[in-house]
Ligand binder design. Structure first.
Ligand SMILES: [Zn+2]
Length: 321
């Protein structure tokens, strides 16, 4: 199975920490985007993380308003693609990213228990939670997995988008979870100076904070814990390389990815106006979804490959232990 189980995902993330590479985690919002991610990973012989936030689960391509239907459709599509002959050698992790709001626990419980397929790794958005609420929610997910007899691999976050997180926060929140529910945590996402979104202002990204948090998180848990980097779109290539060298094992990529895809679609429609006249002999081929998606893919896949290479992910598909 190319779509990794929670246990296999944990092993792969541990390998990434030990061998100093990071796995690109693409926030993919359509079937075509997911296909392009797996194509890029295959071309680079690299593992890939495909992740979904609430807005994809409820988006038009998946749940159309219903996050549970969205989760089932996303997992069914990704599993079929990941287990296909063409992509069988690509290790694929399915991750829940930035799940928030009143349905958080119900949605993540479904992802842990299976719909009927299960997510590889789980995280939730703690940006509107207190530290105690964050701990309580993560412990609740561990309890759900334990009660259901299901494996679980977690990313825990605190203070993403809020500057650099103090190391004492790692002490408090990771210890609170690990002492009660050992071995579920695999990734730690503290604030390391990055911001979500696209901006041309300088980011106070701190590879030193990555290194300190990675070291302390690993000491607390007694095994290699990788840092998950949110808000990578505005970072320079040199920042990404330094981050990976300092212990980043997962790099989330959303805003820049969306920009590349939407600009390519804009270019396609701007360049094919005449073909979209109903009298044009090629209007149908131009108008169908495949027309624009194929064009977008041509622009997008090389960018995904470039990103994988910057993170030192190329050639790492065979590292699964
Ligand atoms: Zn994020």
């Amino acid at each position: 199975m190319a779509l990794l189980s929670p246990e296999a995902a944990r092993d792969l993330l541990q390998s990434a920490v030990e061998r100093k590479f990071a796995i690109l985690a693409v926030n993919a919002d359509s079937h075509a985007a997911v296909t392009d991610c797996l194509e890029a990973a295959r071309a680079c012989d690299a593992p890939i993380i495909v992740e979904t936030s609430l807005w994809q689960l409820t988006g038009r391509s998946y749940g159309a308003g219903d996050p549970f239907l969205g989760l089932a459709r996303y997992l069914a599509d990704l599993t079929a693609l990941a287990n296909s002959e063409r992509h069988r050698e690509v290790p694929v992790i399915f991750h829940t990213d930035h799940i928030k709001g009143p349905d958080t626990i119900r949605i993540l419980s479904a992802a842990i228990r299976g719909v009927p397929l299960c997510a590889s790794t789980i995280s939730l958005d703690s940006s509107e939670m207190t530290e105690a609420e964050n701990i309580e929610h993560i412990c609740r997910l561990c309890e759900i997995a334990r009660e259901a007899g299901m494996p679980l691999t977690l990313e825990m976050e605190a203070g993403v988008d809020a500057g650099v997180t103090e190391i004492e926060v790692a002490e408090r929140v990771l210890s609170a979870v690990e002492s009660k529910y050992p071995c579920y945590l695999a990734l730690w996402a503290p604030g390391v100076g990055t911001q979500h979104g696209l901006s041309d202002k300088g980011y106070p990204f701190s590879p030193q904070a990555v290194a300190a948090h990675q070291k302390r998180a690993s000491e607390i848990c007694g095994r290699p814990i990788g840092v998950a980097l949110h808000g990578s779109s505005g970072l320079k290539e040199s920042d990404l390389r330094e981050g990976v060298a300092a212990g980043v094992a997962k790099v989330n990529w959303s805003s820049e990815s969306l920009l590349i895809r939407s600009r390519a679609a804009q270019e396609y429609y701007a360049g094919h106006t005449a073909e979209l006249e109903k009298t044009h002999p090629r209007w149908k081929a131009t108008a169908m979804d495949h027309g624009v998606q194929n064009f977008v893919s041509g622009r997008y896949v090389p960018k995904v490959m470039e990103r994988i290479r910057i993170l030192n992910g190329e050639g790492k598909a065979s590292l699964r232990r």
